[in-house]
Write a new protein. Structure first.
Length: 214
């Protein structure tokens, strides 16, 4: 079963009860042996599971309004941010890195990158005005406090994920493979273990169609 939920004033998910498994076109079953559903596909798709955040709600309730609020929204931007969440935390399943790693939040941000994000915000007055007033009041410029808060504050985590990509001058590509390559270069980096192929598989597993943008 998956869960229905809404977000409280601090953007924390509040579950209101169970509902039927989300149907997506021909996606019917969650049994790995069920060839009629998602898990029966030959591609490396994930199964729909209750621990993830529904990608449509994540986009509509958090990513899109947050990016619009700070003035850096586009369809490609929200897809890249959503794809980063899918790849980094299994679409919100993990809030802290497994095995005691340093990454935090649904985008698995690390402190050195967060410090660079904060420095970037400081150097751009228009961005700082929007971000500090609306999203950093409780943490201000304190990187350690930001790292603590993004574990549960998905809106602030989304701000910081978008700022991370703003630090790079390249435009966000239109294609999935282009966005996967941008994630690898700008977010995971050459030192990271992730691959372009993994990003694409994560996207197709959690967002099997473009229904989010219809």
């Amino acid at each position: 079963m998956v869960h229905d939920y809404y977000f409280d004033s601090l953007m924390r998910p509040v579950y209101s009860g169970d509902h039927e498994l989300l149907q997506r076109g021909d996606v019917q079953g969650s049994d790995p042996g069920d060839s009629s559903g998602l898990c029966g596909r030959s591609e490396p798709y994930h199964c729909v599971r209750e621990e993830m955040i529904d990608p449509t709600q994540l986009t509509r309730c958090i990513i899109r309004p947050v990016l619009k609020d700070i003035g850096y929204w586009s369809i490609n931007a929200e897809k890249l941010v959503l794809g980063t969440c899918c790849q980094e935390s299994d679409c919100g399943k993990y809030l802290e890195q497994l095995n005691g790693g340093p990454a935090k939040g649904i985008y698995q941000s690390e402190r050195p990158a967060m410090a660079d994000n904060v420095d970037y915000i400081r150097r751009h007055d228009d961005l700082a005005a929007a971000v500090v007033e609306n999203w950093m009041v409780s943490v201000y410029w304190d990187v350690d406090r930001i790292m603590e808060e993004i574990v549960w504050n998905h809106a602030l985590a989304t701000v910081m994920c978008r700022v991370h990509y703003l630090r790079f001058p390249e435009p966000i590509p239109d294609s999935l493979i282009g966005q996967a390559q941008m994630w690898k270069v700008c977010y995971n980096t050459e030192a990271g273990a992730g691959t372009v192929e993994e990003y694409i598989a994560s996207w197709r597993g959690f967002v099997p169609s473009d229904s989010v943008w219809v």
